[in-house]
Design a protein around this ligand. Structure first.
Ligand code: AMP
Ligand code: MG
Length: 337
């Protein structure tokens, strides 16, 4: 791993170059609507192994496979329930990953040895073009070093992956900002494994939704988890992050009386004027908070923050995804006032 990593644009020429790299079994950083992905040919074992190496990702954490069209689903998975097609009609292309029984052409290294695979159809035009032009289904986890906050700009990817992969396609900031909603199917019900932009409420219009307990609870050592990524502490900046739960005035009083060297607040935009210690705000609505969260966590690293007190977000809509990521960034440390 000693590449002179190229930053590519989304021009036709650069997309063609990136697609050729992918077709040749290389790993490329790509924009999607959720976060940047570290993509490679999902059926090429060596290429997929390089993703794990570049990220330093644990081998038991499966990758999501990205395809261009619902019509391609049957090429990669089998026993697809009718419900999956109904959801695909409503939400795909989009930030929804469906875990389904995999066909043999998806190697074990991609699914981390599971007999299922998560499949997603991204709507980001550059991601779609790369799938179509490379002619490959693309396995792509988030393009951060394992354990760091996910990247939402090409610069974030460059910071983590420079020298480790041949190229990154710069498609601007990711509009959603948190990873896809991951679901599986159980006896006609939907199990929510990882919250994302598509909320449990939206899914519940199609079937009963069971929220996996590991969305908001830490896995105990050795405990079986349905979504392997949920057992790792990740999305984590170097600073110690603590979530402060309580009313706005309780939050403001808490941070204003806990200032010190390297201590920062992470309030909502609307709290900024009342914050008397240094702060970086992360939006007001759940959508704004999703789009800003990872970039803000990375900014705390850039300024060398030691302790960050984050105001607890609402769990409405995509807010549950924001809360889920922040909980992991905080190693589940919450102070309830
Ligand atoms: P990332 O690629 O970083 O967005 O993480 C993908 C996450 O999706 C994994 O960490 C898992 O939690 C989940 N996932 C992917 N494939 C499966 C699968 N076959 N079964 C359960 N969860 C999965
Ligand atoms: Mg990730």
């Amino acid at each position: 791993m000693n590449y002179n990593t190229k930053l590519l644009s989304t021009s036709e020429r650069d997309i063609a170059y990136a697609a050729k790299l992918l077709a040749d079994g290389e790993v490329v950083g790509i924009p999607t609507e959720t976060v940047y992905g570290l993509a490679a040919d999902a059926e090429n074992e060596d290429a997929v192994k390089r993703i794990f190496e570049a990220k330093g990702r644990p081998q038991d954490n499966p990758l999501i496979v990205h395809i261009a069209d619902v019509a391609q689903l049957e090429d990669y998975v089998h026993d697809i329930p009718k419900l999956a097609y109904k959801l695909a009609e409503k939400f795909c292309p989009g930030p929804l990953t469906m875990v389904l029984p995999k066909k043999d052409r998806i190697p074990d290294v991609t699914s981390a040895g599971l007999d299922t695979v998560g499949i997603r159809i991204p709507y980001h035009p550059a991601a779609r073009k790369l799938i179509l032009e490379s002619g490959k289904a693309l396995a792509a986890p988030s393009a951060n070093l394992s354990g760091s906050p996910s990247p939402t700009t090409a610069m974030h990817v460059m910071n983590d992956m420079h020298g480790r992969i041949p190229a990154v396609v710069d498609g601007g900031s990711c509009p959603v900002g948190v990873e896809s909603t991951v679901i599986s199917f159980e006896d006609g019900k939907i199990r929510l494994l990882r919250p994302g932009f598509i909320s449990a409420d939206e899914l519940s219009e199609f079937a009963e939704v069971i929220c996996d307990k590991h969305i908001t609870e830490a896995a105990i050592d050795g405990e079986q988890v349905r979504s392997p990524g949920m057992k790792y502490k990740h999305y984590s900046p170097k600073a110690n992050v603590t979530i402060i739960s309580g009313s706005v005035s309780q939050y403001i009083d808490y941070v204003n009386s806990h200032g010190g060297s390297g201590v920062y607040a992470m309030p909502f935009d609307s709290d900024k004027d009342n914050c008397k210690i240094p702060c970086i705000t992360y939006g007001d609505t759940p959508e704004e908070q999703a789009a800003k969260l990872f970039g803000v966590l990375r900014e705390f690293d850039d300024i060398g923050a030691k302790q960050v007190y984050a105001r607890c977000p609402s769990t409405d809509g995509v807010g549950l995804a924001v809360y889920n990521r922040l909980l992991r960034a905080a190693g589940f440390e919450i102070i309830s006032l």
